[in-house]
Ligand binder design. Structure first.
Ligand SMILES: Cc1cn([C@H]2C[C@H](O)[C@@H](COP(=O)(O)OP(=O)(O)O[C@H]3O[C@@H](C)C(=O)[C@@H](O)[C@H]3O)O2)c(=O)[nH]c1=O
Length: 187
């Protein structure tokens, strides 16, 4: 696995070494030792999730508030998505900024999203199966979100707005300016 810091340096792109042979392919999807060595701290993942979505489905932007904040390691098992994270850490030099990266099942790339970020993705392929690890359990009372097309965030979701499909909940999320920000020291 190769690890790369992105424009927001705490957000890490993980690029696995895929070994192909006449049977197909093999790759390590997660190695705690290498991951911990790169981050310099251990993330205790405790929940694995999977969702399937069709073209144009946008899930996000989501986060859980403390004490249920979640760091996530996300990837695409089938298809392609544009994955977006927004920095909600007060005092961070990149507060309010976002990173957008295409994750797909060809590259098998993954994104590590620390606590203190809102996360969402839009499906660019006919369908996509999305999988992720989280280091804190789902807690519906702590679920929070930000409206995907808040002009203040100016996220280019790559797809025409007419093609986007959102849940009722996600279409009614508040703006970034009304989000619950994170204390940087807690991250
Ligand atoms: C996230 C989650 C949802 N659920 C339930 C609640 C609901 O009935 C159903 C679907 O939930 P949602 O509509 O919130 O699912 P979804 O929109 O896929 O939510 C996910 O979006 C991405 C972008 C994230 O970053 C995740 O952390 C998570 O918030 O699944 C769980 O039981 N456990 C979970 O961990």
């Amino acid at each position: 696995m190769n690890f790369k810091k992105l424009n927001i340096p705490e957000v890490i792109l993980c690029e696995p070494k895929v070994i192909g042979d006449e049977r197909g392919y093999f790759f390590e999807t997660f190695r705690e030792d290498k991951f911990t060595a790169f981050l310099g701290k251990k993330i205790n993942f405790c929940q694995d999730n999977e969702s399937k979505s069709s073209y144009g489905v946008l899930r996000g932007l989501h986060y859980q508030s403390p004490p249920f904040a979640q760091a996530k390691l996300v990837r695409v098992i089938e298809g392609s998505v544009l994955d977006v994270v927004v920095d909600l850490r007060m005092g961070s030099p990149t507060f309010g900024q976002h990173v957008a990266v295409e994750l797909n099942s060809e590259l098998k790339n993954q994104l590590f999203i620390p606590k203190g970020f809102a996360h969402g993705f839009v499906v660019l392929s006919k369908e996509a199966i999305f999988a992720y690890k989280a280091d804190n359990y789902y807690n519906y009372k702590s679920e929070k979100g930000i409206l995907f097309n808040d002009p203040e965030l100016a996220i280019d979701w790559k797809l025409n707005g007419n093609n986007l499909k959102l849940s009722e909940k996600d279409a009614q999320l508040p703006l970034f300016r009304n989000a619950e920000y994170f204390e940087t020291k807690n991250q």
